[in-house]
Design a protein around this ligand. Structure first.
Ligand SMILES: *Cc1c(COP(=O)(O)O)cnc(C)c1O
Length: 341
C-alpha cells in the first residue's frame, strides 16, 4: 500500500478529506447493512432534526501504526459503548457494538494510505457520529437516523515539544447536574463555544469548569478530564455524574494502579484542594495527557510545582506507559489493542 504524499510531522489538527467513509441508515426501526462510500458530503432536509434540535452525538478515536508495523485502534469497544449511552440519552437508536467495531476497521482499512507511519507522531483520527436526519418541526425525536464514520490524519499534539497549559476557572457552566454532561453530544460543545472563545481571547488555553450546583468542585474542561497528582504521588481524578467518562482517563487509572503501582482516588475534588497538588494534567484521545502549569481563578494564580516547561514526573510516567502500550512497545492489557492489519 503506497502512502499518500503527506508531510506527517507537520500536520495540525484539521480536517482533510480522505478516500472512504462508512454510512448506515436507520429507517422503519432497523439499520441497513451499511457501506463505504466516496462522497464526503451529506445532503438532508432543511428541517432535519439534527439541524433544528441538535439531535446528534459523536465519538473520537485513533488508528496508528505500531512499532512492529501493524495498524491498530485503541479500545474501540469502549467508544461503541459510550456512543450507545449517548444515543439512548438523546432518544436515538443504538448502533450495535460489533457493527461499530467492524465499521471502524473498514474505514481504517479503506484509508490505509492515510494512516501515518510509526514514529511520525501523527495518527489517523476517526470520527463516528450519529444524527436525526428526517424533517421534524414539532419538538420530538427523529425517526430516521444516519450513523457515519469518517477519518482524517492529524499531526502530533505536542509539535516542537510539550508546553504546559494555562487554564482559567470559567464563569460559565458546562453541564447541568442532571443534564447531559456525561454523554458525548454536540449540544455540550455548542454551549461551550462561547466559553472557549472568551477564554482564548483572554489568553488562556482552556477553561476549568466547576460543578454548576455549588461551584466548589472540579469537573473537567470542554473536552478533557482532569488528573491530579498529590505531593505523595497519589493519582486523584474527579468523580461526578456530569463529566464525560474519558476512555483515556479510565485507561490511565488502570495504568497507574496496575503498571506503576500507584494509589488512585476517584472522588469529588474540591477546587480548594488544587493549590496543594503537585501535578495536573488533562486527558483525552487527542493528546493522551496535556500537562497543566497554571490555573487562574479570577486573577488568583495557582502555579503547579511541575512548572511551565515540562510534564511533572508522575504525569510523564503515565504518559510514557500508556503511549508505550498504544504503540506496541509495552505489553497491553487483554483486549485493549484491536489489530486491523
Ligand atoms: C471526548 C471527551 C473527553 C475525552 O474522552 P476520551 O475518550 O479520552 O477521548 C473528555 N471530556 C469531554 C467533554 C469529551 O467530549
Amino acid at each position: 500500500m503506497e502512502k499518500k504524499n503527506i508531510d506527517w510531522g507537520n500536520l495540525g489538527f484539521a480536517y482533510m478529506e480522505t478516500d472512504k467513509r462508512y454510512v448506515s441508515y436507520y429507517k422503519d426501526g432497523t439499520w441497513d447493512e451499511g457501506a463505504l462510500i466516496s462522497d464526503a458530503t451529506v445532503t438532508m432536509s432543511e428541517c432535519a432534526c439534527v439541524l433544528q434540535y441538535a439531535q446528534t452525538c459523536f465519538e473520537g478515536l485513533k488508528a496508528y501504526t505500531t512499532e512492529d508495523g501493524h495498524i491498530v485502534t485503541f479500545r474501540p469497544d469502549l467508544n461503541a459503548e459510550r456512543l450507545e449511552s449517548s444515543a439512548k440519552r438523546l432518544e436515538m437508536p443504538v448502533f450495535p457494538k460489533d457493527r461499530f467495531i467492524d465499521a471502524v476497521a473498514q474505514v481504517v482499512a479503506a484509508n490505509e494510505a492515510y494512516v501515518p507511519p510509526y514514529g511520525s507522531g501523527a495518527t489517523l483520527y476517526l470520527r463516528p457520529y450519529m444524527y436525526g436526519k428526517n424533517a421534524v418541526i414539532g419538538v420530538k425525536p427523529a425517526d430516521e437516523f444516519e450513523f457515519r464514520i469518517f477519518c482524517t490524519p492529524v499531526g502530533p499534539y505536542f509539535k516542537g515539544g510539550v508546553r504546559p497549559l494555562t487554564l482559567c476557572v470559567s464563569d460559565f457552566d458546562r453541564a447541568a447536574p442532571c443534564g447531559t454532561g456525561h454523554i458525548k453530544g454536540g449540544l455540550n460543545y455548542a454551549m461551550s463555544l462561547h466559553a472557549g472563545v472568551t477564554a482564548h481571547a483572554a489568553g488562556y488555553d482552556e477553561n476549568m469548569f466547576l460543578d454548576p450546583k455549588t461551584r466548589t468542585k472540579v469537573e473537567e474542561t470542554g473536552g478533557a478530564n482532569f488528573l491530579f497528582v498529590t505531593k505523595d504521588n497519589k493519582v486523584v481524578t474527579p468523580k461526578s455524574n456530569s463529566i464525560l467518562p474519558s476512555i483515556t482517563r479510565r485507561s490511565l487509572v488502570y495504568v497507574a494502579k496496575e503498571y506503576l503501582g500507584l494509589e488512585v482516588e476517584e472522588r469529588e475534588v474540591f477546587f480548594d484542594e488544587v493549590k496543594d497538588f503537585a501535578e495536573c494534567g488533562l486527558c483525552g484521545t487527542a493528546a493522551v495527557i496535556s500537562p497543566v502549569g497554571k490555573i487562574v481563578d479570577h486573577g488568583k494564580e495557582i502555579c503547579m510545582p511541575s512548572g511551565m516547561t515540562e510534564m511533572g514526573p508522575v504525569t510523564k510516567k503515565l504518559y510514557e506507559t500508556l503511549t508505550g502500550i498504544q504503540m506496541g512497545r509495552i505489553e497491553a492489557p487483554e483486549g485493549w489493542i484491536k489489530v486491523i492489519k
